[in-house]
Design a protein around this ligand. Structure first.
Ligand code: GLN
Length: 304
C-alpha cells in the first residue's frame, strides 16, 4: 500500500476552507490556535511512517488522553473497573450530566467526561503521583521524552471548568467518587492539556494496533484482552454522540479531542492521527473526520 501517495492525495484534495465549524473556545486557551493547521501521520507495524502538513506540531490532545488513563486504570483494576464505569455509548454530548441521576452515578462509558473523571478518581486514589506516572506512560510508549503538559491550557481549563467540577461533585454525591474533588479535577485538567503531535500520537496508539506491544521495543505493556476492550470502546464510544457517524464514515476504532485531534487504528496494521482544530457541532474535528473517511476509502481497508 502506498500510504504516502494516499496522504498526498488527501492533502491536495482538502483544505480548512472547505469546513465551516469553529475552533473550541469554551477553554479560552484553545481559541488561540490557528484554524488553518492541518496535519496527518500514519505509523505501520514495521515502523514505516508517512505524513503531511503540520504533523510534527504539538497541540492539546484533550479527550484523546482518556484512552491513556483508561489503559492505566485497567492495568490497576482489571475487570473490577466495570463496577465503577459502564461500557455503553451515551448518545449524549461529552460533558452531559443527565444520565447520571437515573443511572445512580455510574457513567455510561470511560470516554465521556463523567467516566473519565471516575477514572481520574481511581488513578488519584491508587497512584502516588498520577501526573508523573501518566507522563512516564506516554513517554515510554512513544520513546519520546519531549512530551509534556501545557500548563497554560491546564490553568485555562481549571478557570472555566464548572461543568467538570459539577460532574465530580454530582458523582460523589451519588457515591461513585472516593477522593476529594480538587485533586481529581486537577489531574483531569492536566491530562487533557497533554501536548502531542500527530507523529507522537500515531506512534503511541500503535500499542492498540499491536496487541499491547510498544512499537520501538516490542515490550508488552498491555494484555491483549485489555487492548480488545479499549478498541471496542473506541469503536462504540470514541466520538460521543457521533460515534455511529464515525463508524459509518470511517470504519475504524478511534478517539477525538476538542483540540481537533483524532487518532484511529486498524488492528495489526496501522495507527493514524490527524489534526485540524476546526470542530463540528459535536465537538469532533470536521476536516479530521473527512480526511479519515478519504483515508479508509482510498486504502479500501477498514475494520468492516
Ligand atoms: N478538557 C475537555 C473537557 O473536559 C475535554 C473534552 C473533549 O476533548 N471532548 O471539556
Amino acid at each position: 500500500m502506498d500510504y504516502q501517495k494516499i496522504l498526498d492525495t488527501i492533502y491536495e484534495e482538502m483544505s480548512y476552507r472547505d469546513v465551516k465549524g469553529k475552533v473550541a473556545s469554551y477553554i479560552p486557551e484553545l481559541a488561540k490556535v490557528d484554524r488553518r493547521k492541518f496535519g496527518m501521520h500514519v505509523y505501520c507495524g514495521d515502523q514505516q511512517h508517512f505524513c503531511f502538513g503540520d504533523s510534527d506540531e504539538k497541540f492539546s490532545i484533550q479527550s484523546i488522553s482518556k484512552v491513556f488513563t483508561l489503559a492505566m486504570a485497567m492495568r490497576i483494576m482489571g475487570e473490577h473497573l466495570w463496577d465503577r464505569v459502564s461500557v455503553e455509548p451515551s448518545g449524549d454530548p461529552f460533558n452531559s450530566l443527565t444520565q447520571l441521576e437515573y443511572e445512580h452515578g455510574i457513567p455510561r462509558n470511560p470516554f465521556i467526561n463523567a467516566g473519565a473523571l471516575v477514572i481520574s478518581d481511581i488513578l488519584v486514589d491508587q497512584l502516588d503521583d498520577p501526573k508523573k506516572e501518566l507522563l512516564e506512560f506516554v513517554r515510554k510508549i512513544t520513546g519520546d521524552n519531549s512530551i509534556d503538559y501545557d500548563e497554560s491550557v491546564a490553568k485555562s481549563e481549571k478557570a472555566t471548568g464548572y461543568r467538570n467540577i459539577a460532574l465530580v461533585n454530582y458523582i460523589k454525591a451519588l457515591g461513585n467518587i472516593k477522593c476529594d474533588v480538587e485533586p481529581i479535577v486537577d489531574f483531569y485538567f492536566y491530562q487533557c492539556s497533554l501536548a502531542m503531535s500527530c507523529q507522537q500520537l500515531s506512534k503511541a496508539f500503535m500499542i492498540f494496533a499491536n496487541r499491547g506491544k510498544i512499537l520501538d521495543s516490542g515490550e508488552k505493556i498491555l494484555k491483549p484482552k485489555t487492548v480488545k476492550r479499549i478498541n471496542a470502546l473506541m469503536q462504540t464510544c470514541g466520538f460521543y454522540d457521533e460515534a455511529g457517524e464515525f463508524s459509518f464514515q470511517v470504519g475504524l476504532p478511534g478517539k477525538s479531542g476538542v483540540g481537533g485531534g483524532i487518532v484511529a487504528i486498524h488492528p495489526a496494521n496501522y495507527s493514524v492521527a490527524v489534526w485540524s482544530p476546526i470542530l463540528n457541532e459535536k465537538g469532533n474535528s470536521e476536516l479530521g473526520m473527512k480526511a479519515l473517511e478519504r483515508f479508509t476509502t482510498l486504502t479500501g481497508v477498514s475494520v468492516f
